[in-house]
Design a protein around this ligand. Structure first.
Ligand code: FEO
Length: 397
C-alpha cells in the first residue's frame, strides 16, 4: 500500500499514475504524475485532505483503512475540485457514508454539480478553522484561481504544514520516497516549470496574491497535490513559483521557435541561433514547433529572457503550429521578454502581420524590425537574421 508517514499526525495516502499519456488529455506525462492525498489525525477527528483521480479510488480507500483500522475518517477537505483530485468523491462517500465534505461555497456547489453529492457538507469561509481535537486544528485560506475559482489551501497549525493544492506542484510520479529530503529531486524542477507554465501560467496575478496571503505563515512542510512533499527545499520551490508568477525570466537564455515546411524558414532560425552563440549567449534552445510538444515550448518561453519566433505564411495566415505557440503566449499573458520575429512567404506576406497581432495582444514590443523573406532566404536576408539576433543578444547583457 502506498502509505507514508510524513509526521506524527500526517500520512501520505496518494497514488501514482504512470499510465495516463496526457494530463487533462493535453500535456504529455513522460515521468507520470502523482495525485497526492493526505490523512491528518487529531485526538478526536481524522481528516482526508485532497482526493485522487477516480480510477485510483480503491487504492486510496485501502490506504485509509490501513492507517485508521476500525476508526473512520470524519472529514474530506477539498482544496481543489479539478477531477484529478475530486474524481473519487462518490466512491469515498460510499465507503465512508458519514464522512463530511468540507469546502468553501464554490467547492460545495461543484461537488453537487460534478457528482450529485449535496448532503453532509460543511461550508467554510476564508480564515475559518476546524478542530481535530486537543491542540490541533485546520485553518482554511481561500486562494482563488490557483488554479480554479474555488481553490483554497489548508494549514495544519500543530505541525506547521501547508496543504497547498496545485500550488508548488509538479508533474512526475513519486518513485518510492515522498519527502524531498529522501530523494533526488532533480527531475522535478523542469517538470515544475512545465506544470506551472502550462497549467497555472495564465493566473500569475492570483498566484502572487496567494503568496502575499501566505507571507508570515510559518511553514515547515508543503504538501501539494502533485509531486514531492517539500520540506528541505521549501525556499527554492516558493522562489520558483514567485518568479514564474511574476513572469520573471529564470535566465538570460533565448528560445527560438520556428515553423518550416521545406527548410527555408529553418535556415533563418539557424542563422539567428548561430549569431546568438557568436554574441556569447550560451543558453539557446531551438524548437521546431511542428515537432516539439507545445508544453515544452511554453516552459522554455517562461524560462528564458529572449525569444525569437520565425514562421511562414500558411493559407493566408500564420503557420498553424507557430500560431498555437503564440496563442498560448497571449492566453498566459507572457510578459517581460525581449522578442524578435522573422517571417517568410511565397506570394502573400501574412506571417509577420499575424505574429505582430499576437505580440500586441501580449503587450510585447519587438526589440527590432522584423525580417521578412520572400521564397528562399537570400544571403542578404540571412545576414539580416544574424543582425536581428545580435540586436536581441545586446539587450540581454
Ligand atoms: Fe491538479 Fe488543477 O488540478
Amino acid at each position: 500500500m502506498n502509505t507514508h508517514r510524513i509526521s506524527d499526525n500526517i500520512h501520505y495516502i496518494g497514488v501514482n499514475d504512470r499510465t495516463t499519456e496526457r494530463f487533462e488529455t493535453l500535456w504529455p506525462l513522460p515521468y507520470g504524475v502523482s495525485y497526492n492525498s493526505y490523512l491528518v489525525t487529531g485526538s478526536d477527528k481524522a481528516a482526508i485532505i485532497d482526493g485522487v483521480e477516480v480510477s485510483h479510488a480503491l487504492q486510496q480507500i485501502d490506504a485509509i483503512t490501513e492507517i485508521l483500522g476500525d476508526r473512520k475518517p470524519d472529514y474530506l477537505v477539498i482544496n481543489h475540485m479539478e477531477p484529478d483530485h475530486s474524481g473519487a468523491i462518490r466512491i469515498l462517500r460510499q465507503a465512508f457514508p458519514d464522512i463530511i465534505i468540507v469546502g468553501n461555497a464554490q467547492t460545495i456547489a461543484m461537488v453537487n454539480g460534478y457528482y450529485g453529492v449535496a448532503d453532509n457538507t460543511l461550508i467554510v469561509k476564508d480564515g475559518d478553522t476546524l478542530s481535530l481535537g486537543e491542540d490541533s486544528s485546520l485553518k482554511f485560506l481561500l486562494t482563488p484561481m490557483v488554479h480554479w475559482p474555488e481553490t483554497m489551501v489548508t494549514y495544519f497549525d500543530k505541525e506547521k504544514t501547508l496543504f497547498s493544492g496545485d500550488a508548488f506542484g509538479c508533474f512526475g510520479a513519486l518513485n518510492g520516497a515522498v519527502i524531498d529530503s529522501d530523494m533526488d529531486t532533480a527531475v522535478y524542477f523542469p517538470e515544475m516549470i512545465r506544470y506551472y507554465s502550462n497549467i497555472v501560467g495564465k493566473y500569475g496575478q492570483f498566484v502572487q496574491r496567494a503568496l502575499k496571503k501566505l507571507e508570515g505563515v510559518e511553514i515547515s512542510t508543503i504538501c501539494s497535490t502533485h509531486g514531492p512533499v517539500w520540506r528541505q527545499q521549501i525556499s527554492k520551490v516558493v522562489d520558483l513559483y514567485d518568479r514564474l508568477s511574476r513572469y520573471e525570466p529564470l535566465d538570460n537564455g533565448v528560445t527560438i521557435v520556428y515553423g518550416s515546411m521545406y527548410g527555408n524558414t529553418e535556415r533563418m532560425a539557424e542563422a539567428a541561433a548561430q549569431a546568438l552563440a557568436e554574441a556569447g549567449i550560451k543558453n539557446i534552445v531551438v524548437r521546431n514547433a511542428s515537432k516539439t510538444d507545445l508544453s515544452y515550448i511554453i516552459a522554455d518561453l517562461f524560462t528564458h529572457a529572449g525569444v525569437i519566433i520565425a514562421a511562414p505564411t500558411y493559407s493566408d495566415g500564420l503557420f498553424p503550429p507557430v500560431d498555437a505557440v503564440m496563442t498560448a503566449m497571449s492566453v498566459r499573458g507572457l510578459k517581460n521578454r525581449r522578442i524578435a520575429i522573422m517571417g517568410s512567404h511565397t506570394w502573400a506576406p501574412m506571417a509577420i502581420k499575424k505574429m505582430s497581432a499576437h505580440l500586441e495582444a501580449c503587450g510585447l514590443e519587438p526589440i527590432t524590425e522584423p525580417v521578412a523573406a520572400k521564397q528562399a532566404p537570400s544571403a542578404d536576408i540571412l545576414a539580416k537574421c544574424r543582425e536581428l539576433a545580435a540586436s536581441l543578444a545586446a539587450t540581454l547583457g
